[in-house]
Write a protein that binds this ligand. Structure first.
Ligand SMILES: NC(=O)c1ccc[n+]([C@@H]2O[C@H](COP(=O)([O-])OP(=O)(O)OC[C@H]3O[C@@H](n4cnc5c(N)ncnc54)[C@H](O)[C@@H]3O)[C@@H](O)[C@H]2O)c1
Length: 331
């Protein structure tokens, strides 16, 4: 089995944790990143190539130079709100550039790909309690549309060539490496748990609960928080699955990575107060447009096909690890 993996976007939040998990599983990751949002001190691989996702020739050369057998593709713009304002930027970076990647893989004869997709492809589903992969893909913002477009591209390319790919649809990535080697550092930060912890640390004045009249137990939104190290393990399992087959035919499989268990915004805030032992100001506000009441995964396909399940995603663990990462080097 060729264990040399090109990790595109490997200097980012989920990518850097995945590089660590790949190394622990005996893979040899090579990071490829333009450092637009990634961090140089979050590169853990022996080799790193600085480059653009759109640069077909550079990608193909990197694959040949490092005798790459598979690719994991994290590189994307990720902020849904910004995608509404600048959709073309998102289509260029997330969709058009991924065409270059698939062409480069064909140039270099690499046929296995794990792609970072998202629960955002499901949009607002009214029928299903748990989101499963056979539900219609109907994103409600340009960010989700770009991920759905790449999924369609992977499905079409699989039918026409030998490309074997898995799209991992992450739910709410959160937490940090238990040894605080890497963690979440988005700028701007829009994710709930780091925002709550920044409030606990006194870096923000208050945390806002958007919507307190949802049809949920405490009225706030419910989400499925998945520890980033569990996500990282999911990529290892997906790669092992793709590399285990010797068939020539292409394939495309979307797989949820989530816990199947939801927590409300209020529960996250209460857990953060307890874990950090800090009190802080919580403000209630109206719902934000486009926020569904509940987004929780059905993770059964990942259990069945990958033998993967969340192991570190208890809310306490997620918040403890994220807090320790924020306070690294302070004790
Ligand atoms: N964080 C989440 O909760 C979440 C949830 C669902 C899906 N995702 C997806 O997971 C992936 C990784 O997310 P993240 O939170 O780690 O984001 P991130 O911004 O921390 O990481 C993205 C990495 O890709 C690199 N990159 C971006 N555009 C590039 C380009 N054109 N060429 C080369 N490198 C480029 C960045 O420098 C960065 O290192 C994204 O595709 C995102 O859409 C994230």
């Amino acid at each position: 089995m060729n264990k040399n993996v090109l990790v595109i976007g490997g200097a980012g939040y989920i990518g850097s944790h995945t590089v660590l998990a790949l190394q622990e599983a005996g893979f040899s990751p090579v990071v490829y990143d333009n450092f637009s949002s990634g961090h140089r001190d979050a590169v853990f691989s022996e080799y790193v190539v600085e480059g653009e996702l759109a640069d077909r020739a550079r990608l193909a050369q990197a694959m040949r130079d490092h005798r790459i057998g598979s690719v994991v593709h994290f590189a994307a713009l990720i902020e849904a709100g910004q995608s509404v304002i600048e959709p073309l930027l998102f289509y260029r970076n997330n969709v058009a550039s991924t065409v270059s990647l698939l062409e480069a893989m064909q140039d270099a004869g690499v046929t296995r790909l794990v792609f970072s997709s998202t629960a955002a492809v499901y949009g607002n589903q009214t029928e299903a309690e748990l989101l499963h992969e056979d539900l219609p893909v109907q994103p409600i913002n340009p960010y989700g549309q770009t991920k759905a477009a790449v999924e369609a591209m992977l499905r079409d390319t699989a039918a026409a060539s030998g490309l074997k790919s898995i799209a991992l649809r992450y739910f709410n990535a959160s937490g940090a490496d238990a040894r605080a080697r890497t963690g979440e550092r988005h700028d701007p930060e829009t994710h709930l748990i780091p925002l709550v912890l920044q409030t606990a640390a006194g870096e923000r004045e208050q945390i806002t609960v958007f919507g307190t009249d949802y049809p949920t137990e405490d009225g706030s939104c419910i989400r499925d928080y998945i520890h980033v190290s569990d996500l990282a393990r999911g990529h290892v399992a997906a790669l092992e699955k793709l590399l285990a087959t010797n068939e020539d035919a292409g394939s495309f499989t979307p797989i949820n990575l989530g816990t199947g268990q939801g927590y409300s915004v209020r529960a996250v805030i209460e857990t953060a107060k307890r874990v950090t032992n800090r009190s802080f100001t919580v403000v209630e506000s109206d719902r934000r447009p486009g926020d569904p009441a509940t987004l929780v995964s059905d993770p059964s396909r990942a259990h069945a096909l990958l033998g993967w399940r969340a192991e570190h995603s208890a809310l306490d663990t997620i918040i403890t690890d994220a807090w320790n990462f924020m306070n690294r080097g302070m004790s």
